[in-house]
Design a protein around this ligand. Structure first.
Ligand SMILES: Cc1cc2nc3c(=O)[nH]c(=O)nc-3n(C[C@H](O)[C@H](O)[C@H](O)COP(=O)(O)OP(=O)(O)OC[C@H]3O[C@@H](n4cnc5c(N)ncnc54)[C@H](O)[C@@H]3O)c2cc1C
Length: 416
């Protein structure tokens, strides 16, 4: 079987790329070992984050490091095995987290983020997925006066970039979320032009269905190897070989496994998160996702129930689940809402695909023709899938670009 383009990885990123290419008349195969939207793009907090103009730097202040080092915090934890294996990437992450570097990175990052809701909207409309999306924002809740003050100042500044917010007193928060107990909180920010999705995996599936309705092909099979051939690429799976003119690797945190044999060694590292659903009742119904900024977790109203998602755990992809962080978070979540009945016994875990400079890789692979990379979207890949899809389509079809891709170049680390 020969295709114009094969996209490996049917998460939010790969599915959006396949959708854009198919829409512009490429004959596309979307290949994944699982059905579309079954991995990280399934288990996330479901926020389409127009407000996310700030990246997530490595803690550099001594007070921050002292806070994180004992490994007991709810928002970030680490395992030494992962720190050792990924030490080079983490060292780079630390370097890129210097304030001047972060300022530059955020200038480049915002060129992607500013398109997020518009780009999702095209795909939501085409996929008939309106019912999955709410456009009334999410609530960032604070317990500490100092951090709240800084967050409010930053929110005011973000208005210049078209980001809308309201500062809420606890009374105002309670009016929006009457079921919540906000003892211990001092205020909140309502990010009103960000969106929330009630089933992130279902949104990816809806986009994949829309892709199939345009005659795109979806195949469930595990890619074992990719090899250049005289006309393009051979993609060898568990069951067969596929051939293509252009090949896109969008396999999220697994991307390195596929490209290392070709001589690419990008500093991609995983940051795990967990979620668990609790049955929705009259007493715990919420209208918005609630984010506890001090404890570092999200409570989202999902189709499956109230989804509690954790912050970052630096661990190996293959490491067994460590439920310590989720348990610690649930202690605080249960103070905010009655969460009495779990929906599934086993918590979900998945890995954010992270890069040390907190920017995704989008563009030509560099060492091989007709090979394209799109991964490393870290904490915001669900938000950024559709704009990534548009950019990759423009690159492959040699069109003028909506966003300059130099900051996202795959070879930026070897050049540095
Ligand atoms: C707890 C948590 C909360 C988050 N919340 C948000 C949020 O609110 N908003 C936001 O924007 N982002 C959020 N994120 C981040 C976001 O989920 C990720 O950035 C995004 O899902 C990455 O998408 P992806 O398509 O690159 O990867 P994935 O969704 O992981 O897709 C990669 C695909 O590649 C496939 N694959 C891998 N190897 C192979 C192979 N050899 N053969 C075939 N297929 C293969 C996998 O099966 C998988 O389907 C969160 C992440 C976590 C963990």
């Amino acid at each position: 079987m020969r295709y114009k383009v094969i996209v490996v990885g049917a998460g939010m990123v790969g599915t959006s790329i396949a959708w854009h290419l198919q829409k512009h008349n490429s004959q596309v195969l979307l290949l994944d070992k699982r059905p579309p939207g079954s991995e990280t793009s399934y288990g996330n907090a479901g926020l389409i984050q127009r407000e996310a103009i700030h990246v997530h730097p490595f803690p550099r202040h001594l007070t921050e490091l002292i806070r994180v080092l004992p490994n007991q915090k709810t928002d970030i934890r680490y395992h030494w095995s992962a720190v050792l294996r990924h030490h080079q990437a983490l060292l780079k992450y630390w370097q890129f987290s210097a304030p001047a570097a972060v300022q530059q990175i955020e200038e480049e990052w915002k060129t992607l983020i500013e398109h997020c809701t518009n780009e999702h909207q095209h795909m939501i409309a085409a996929a008939g997925a309106e019912a999955l999306v709410r456009r009334d924002g999410w609530l960032e809740m604070h317990r500490s006066k100092d951090k709240f003050g800084m967050a409010v100042a930053a929110a005011k500044k973000s208005q210049e970039q078209g980001i809308e917010h309201q500062v809420l007193t606890i009374d105002a928060l309670k009016r929006l979320e009457p079921n919540g107990n906000f003892d211990g909180f001092i205020g909140a920010i309502h990010w009103s032009n960000s969106w929330q999705v009630s089933n992130p995996g279902a949104l990816v599936k809806a986009y994949a269905k829309s892709f199939q309705q345009m005659n795109g092909s979806v195949v469930e099979d595990t890619v074992k190897a990719i090899k250049p051939d005289s006309d393009g690429w051979q993609v060898i799976t568990d069951q067969q070989s596929f051939y293509t003119d252009e090949l896109v690797i969008a396999a999220g945190p697994w991307s390195n496994q596929l490209i290392k044999p070709l001589g690419y060694d990008l500093p991609l590292f995983p940051m795990r998160g967990y979620h668990q659903h609790f049955k929705t009742t009259v007493q715990n119904t919420i209208n918005h996702s609630l984010v506890d900024m001090d404890k570092g977790f999200v409570m989202g109203p999902m189709q499956q129930g109230i989804r509690i998602t954790t912050g970052a755990e630096m661990t190996l992809m293959e490491a067994p689940k460590d439920l310590g962080q989720l348990q610690a978070v649930l202690h605080f979540a249960k103070q905010i809402l009655p969460l009495n009945e779990v929906v599934e016994q086993e918590a979900w875990a998945g890995s954010r695909p992270c890069m040390p400079d907190m920017k995704p890789v989008i563009g030509a692979a560099g060492k091989h023709d007709h090979l394209w990379f799109a991964f490393g979207h870290g904490h915001q890949g669900f938000t950024l899938g559709p704009i990534t899809g548009r950019i990759v389509e423009e690159l492959i079809h040699n069109k003028p670009l909506t966003v300059a891709v130099e900051p996202f170049d795959a070879n930026r680390f070897s050049k540095a």
